[in-house]
Design a protein. Structure first.
Length: 179
């Protein structure tokens, strides 16, 4: 593998081409796509093995990038605490945990579009009858076991969060020549 040492100017030029990759199965994400399109951020719809979002740097021979480079990280999006608790039911829990196992092979984050999500977990303000302490324990155990974090935010910031999450990862990879 060839490693390059880029200048800050070159890194900034390369980052302007960074493309957000959206899984083909991701839906109800118009608010995210609207943000990305409004900011002229390139988007590529592509089947991802795990996660709902990732990013790539397109081929750019000027900078020695012979082919598209995909980040080895992903972001999983859930629209609410109710969706998370729904994933923890008996009939869906194994599939959800398998998803976490697959994702744990690379850095990932789980975004829950519910700015009051943590408070809802603590107070039991969700549709499921899942005990609040048990829910918190399950989620914190999964975070520790599979090496990820859950981020709670207002859905109006999801597009911004997704973009900058990958932007700064890509920037660090480029600084290290780690692609």
């Amino acid at each position: 593998m060839i490693h390059y040492s880029y200048t800050d100017t070159e890194i900034n030029k390369i980052l302007k081409t960074m493309t957000i990759v959206v899984d083909t199965r991701e839906n109800v994400n118009g608010h995210i796509l609207d943000y990305l399109h409004a900011k002229d951020i390139p988007v590529k719809i592509k089947a991802l093995k795990t996660g709902d979002y990732s990013a790539m740097i397109p081929a750019n021979p000027e900078f020695g990038i012979a082919r598209d480079l995909y980040l080895n990280s992903c972001l999983e999006r859930k629209n609410s605490i109710d969706e998370i608790t729904g994933n923890l039911q008996k009939d869906t829990r194994k599939a959800f945990e398998n998803e976490l196992i697959r994702a744990s092979q690379n850095p990932f984050v789980l975004v829950c579009e519910d700015k009051d999500g943590y408070e809802k977990i603590l107070t039991g303000k969700y549709r499921s009858r899942y005990d609040p302490k048990a829910l918190l324990g399950t989620l914190k155990t999964f975070e520790a076991r599979y090496g990820f974090s859950i981020v709670f935010l207002d859905k109006k910031y999801s597009g911004n969060y997704i973009y900058y999450h990958f932007y700064y990862q890509a920037k660090e990879y480029l600084k290290k020549g780690a692609f």
